[in-house]
Structure formats: structure tokens, C-alpha cells
Ligand binder design. Structure first.
Ligand code: HBI
Ligand code: FE
Length: 276
């Protein structure tokens, strides 16, 4: 392994079963995403030729992505330390897990695999504004470590890059990688009456805890990707982190008076789970 935790992808080590898992997951998501995923995501799948059968070859994928936005995809064994992760993003490299889930784990895995990382995250990196946003996030991540505020900044990643929704001309769409790579949550995030859908606000969202073990109880909705990039570039994070240290956390399902609520959730799904 290299100092930056990257490893060779060694595309040839994937078995026919591995490629079959990719194809199964790809077919299931691709069929559902028109009309649900953001146009930016769908365009990304297309220009990056991600519908080609099998796990993508990172060299070929990186060449296309580099030509579009200057990003590359690098292979890592799994989760990497925070500073390593942020350094990659700050240098426009997306680290992707170099393994794929087993056929009996199609719906849930604990660590991000190549399907989540490449199918979920990489299409959005073909969008120039989103590409700049993720780099800015990486740079902000490195600074957050100096403030001891990683847990606050991580919420920004979670509620945008992983679980973000966007309001497009035709309606609400998903762009978060955790949603677009999940069959169940792609339906839940858009169609269920259970979760809240709340207009994006940087400080509001950084106050809000999140769930890693189940569907989200609130989703945050942007008007466009420029809003994400602008809010990140225009915010002075040092005073923001200082304020957040004194503010109480909000629970995932909380709604506050200053929220612009697009959909007030019933929380039916989460309540049912707690009562089981
Ligand atoms: N490593 N491979 C990988 N993928 C991630 O998404 C990731 C990580 N290490 C740390 C990390 N994420 C967190 O720091 C951020 O999600 C905040
Ligand atoms: Fe992810």
C-alpha cells in the first residue's frame, strides 16, 4: 500500500461473480433512476459510459472524468483515516473501495464498496459545480481537523453528498450517493410520507445528528449545486464552529421554527421500528 492508502485496482482480480454483482445492482438502479435521480447524475452515468457491463476499470474511468472536471478515481482497501480521505478530495481524487459486496449482501453492506463509491459518487463528479464543491469540502475537512470540529463538518457530507435531494424543474430528485446506490432508500427518500424534507441550510444541518443504521428521518433539499458550493465558500467556518460548540444538537427528526419545510414527515417508518 502507498502512503496515501491507495492500492493498485488490479482490475483482473475481480471474478465473474464480482462483475455479476455489479451488473445486477446496476440494472436494478438504472431502471429506477430516470424520473428519480438528478439530471446531473443521469448525465454523469451517460458521459462516463458507466452502463458498460462489469466493474469499471479505474484507468479508463479516470481518463474520461479527468477530461470533464479534472477528477480521478483511486483504489483504496476500504475506509481510510479522515485526514487521508480529505487530502484525496482536496486534490480531486475520489477514493473508491476496491472490493464488491457478495451476492447475498445486495441490499446492505457496512463499508462502502466499489458499487457505492463508483456508481453512487462518481457520476456527480462529472458536474463541474458539484466537482468543485467536493474539492472545497475536502479542503474544509482538513481545516476542520485543526478546530476539532470534524463531527460537525461530517454532517454536511452526510446530508448533502450522501443523502441530498434537489428541487429540479420537473420535481424533487435525488443526488446523494447513499440514496442513488440503494434500491430501498431511492423509493423512501422521494415517495414515503415518513421523512421530513427541509430546505437546505448549512448551519441548520450541521446542528443535526444523523442515523447510520437506517433510512434518514430528514432530508435536506437544495435548489441547485451552486447553492452548495457558494454556502461552503462563503462561510467563515471558524466562528461557525465556535457557535456550534455552544448550540445543542438537533435530533434527526426535529423540525424548528426557522425551517422552510417542504414536507413534514409522519415519521411513521421510524416510529414503527422503535416499537418493534
Ligand atoms: N474513507 N474510503 C473512505 N470513504 C469515505 O467516505 C470516508 C473514508 N474515511 C473517512 C470519511 N469518509 C469521513 O471522514 C467523512 O465521511 C466525513
Ligand atoms: Fe459514500
Amino acid at each position: 500500500m502507498n502512503d496515501d492508502w491507495t492500492i493498485p485496482q488490479d482490475w483482473a482480480h475481480f471474478t465473474p461473480q464480482d462483475h455479476g454483482v455489479w451488473d445486477t445492482l446496476f440494472a436494478r438502479q438504472a431502471a429506477m433512476l430516470p424520473g428519480r435521480a438528478s439530471q446531473a447524475f443521469l448525465d454523469g452515468l451517460d458521459v462516463l459510459h458507466l452502463s458498460k457491463p462489469g466493474i469499471p476499470d479505474f484507468a479508463e474511468l479516470s481518463e474520461r472524468l479527468m477530461a470533464l472536471t479534472g477528477w480521478t478515481v483511486v483504489a483504496v482497501p476500504g475506509l481510510v483515516p479522515d485526514d487521508v480521505f480529505f487530502t484525496h478530495l482536496a486534490n480531486r481524487r475520489f477514493p473508491a473501495g476496491n472490493f464488491i459486496r457478495r451476492p447475498d449482501q445486495l441490499d446492505y453492506i457496512q463499508e462502502p464498496d466499489v458499487f457505492h463509491d463508483v456508481f453512487g459518487h462518481v457520476p456527480m463528479l462529472s458536474h463541474p459545480v458539484f466537482a468543485d464543491y467536493l474539492q472545497a469540502y475536502g479542503q474544509g475537512g482538513l481545516r476542520s481537523l485543526g478546530f476539532g470540529s470534524l463531527h460537525h463538518l461530517a454532517r454536511l457530507y452526510w446530508y448533502t453528498v450522501e443523502f441530498g435531494l434537489i428541487r429540479e424543474a420537473e420535481g424533487l430528485r435525488i443526488y446523494g450517493a447513499g440514496i442513488v446506490s440503494s434500491f430501498g432508500e431511492s423509493h423512501f427518500a422521494l415517495e414515503s410520507d415518513s421523512p421530513n424534507r427541509i430546505a437546505y441550510g448549512l448551519e441548520r444541518l450541521m446542528q443535526t445528528r444523523y442515523r447510520i443504521d437506517d433510512y434518514q428521518q430528514s432530508y435536506f433539499v437544495v435548489d441547485d449545486y451552486a447553492q452548495l458550493l457558494r454556502s461552503t465558500l462563503d462561510t467563515d467556518f471558524a466562528p461557525l464552529y465556535a457557535r456550534l460548540k455552544d448550540l445543542p444538537d438537533l435530533a434527526p427528526a426535529d423540525v424548528v421554527a426557522t425551517d422552510r419545510v417542504l414536507t413534514l414527515g409522519s415519521q411513521r417508518y421510524a416510529l414503527q421500528k422503535t416499537n418493534q
